[in-house]
Design a protein around this ligand. Structure first.
Ligand code: ADP
Ligand code: MG
Length: 238
């Protein structure tokens, strides 16, 4: 399809994978529910960013995604909006259920940023989220987990602590995000990530977002993702 090829070239996009869905060239093509479209309009966004235009249709089709794009390219809602659509299609949480979407991030600062986007776009659909990270008391996080949350945003160490102390569980996780995967590995979180991933059902959907694509991140992707579509924006010497 010539139009799709031109669009990808204009966005400096390279893709790998089989049967890759077409990019969306505007917000309407993504097919988001009204509660999400309302927020997109409220934010004043005029068009999907390059990474969003291709990562959204792949993620919304249920496929695993590797998305490589520089900082500031709109990766957060690249994975957070499809997460909400995914959650809306799942049975409601029962008491004692853990999250449906789990988003792993390297730092407290980043977890809080992701949480802010999830709160902004998810509030009117009553999607609850909890951010779980170290360096602060556990009490409020434990309380919020006990109330139930469809989305948990977590740094790896504190999440393992919460799982091992029975404050949450990963039995309902069917949508897993690793944000800033390169930074998480730089910070030495690979053993914790592998431990967490080993507790999630193998048929989950997995999305990996990163600014760079070093060997260690590639290895993690090949170990845990299935038939993924890889989207790169910008420099192709990766
Ligand atoms: P990244 O994770 O790639 O570093 P962020 O998700 O933090 O990028 O997004 C960077 C900024 O771009 C944020 O302020 C976000 O609100 C904004 N943004 C996201 N998507 C769009 C869009 N489609 N149009 C305009 N701004 C956007
Ligand atoms: Mg980011």
């Amino acid at each position: 399809d010539r139009e799709v090829q031109d669009f990808r070239a204009k966005k400096q996009m390279t893709i790998q994978g089989t049967n890759v869905p077409k990019p969306v060239m505007n917000f309407d093509e993504a097919g988001y529910p009204d509660y999400i479209m309302t927020e997109i309009k409220r934010m004043g966004f005029t068009e999907p960013s390059a990474i969003q235009s291709q990562a959204w249709p792949v993620a919304l089709s249920g496929r695993d995604v590797v998305a490589i794009a520089e900082t500031g390219s709109g990766k957060t809602i690249g994975f957070a909006l499809p997460a909400m659509v995914h959650i809306n299609a799942q049975p409601l949480l029962a008491p004692g259920d853990g999250p449906i979407a789990l988003m792993l991030a390297p730092t407290r600062e980043l977890a809080v940023q992701i949480q802010a986007e999830c709160s902004r776009f998810g509030a009117s659909s009553r999607l609850r989220n909890v951010a779980v990270y170290g360096g602060v008391p556990k009490g409020p996080q434990i309380r919020d987990l006990s109330r139930g949350a469809e989305i948990v945003i977590a740094t790896p160490g504190r999440l393992i602590d919460m799982i091992e102390s029975g404050k949450t569980n990963l039995r309902r996780v069917t949508y897993l995000v690793m944000d800033e995967a390169d930074r998480m590995l730089d910070m030495g979180f690979e053993p914790q990530i592998r431990k967490i991933l080993s507790q999630i059902r193998p048929d989950k959907q997995t999305l990996m977002f990163s600014a760079t694509w070093p060997k260690e991140v590639q290895r993690l992707a090949h170990d845990f993702l299935n038939d993924f579509v890889q989207v790169n924006i910008g420099s192709t010497d990766l």
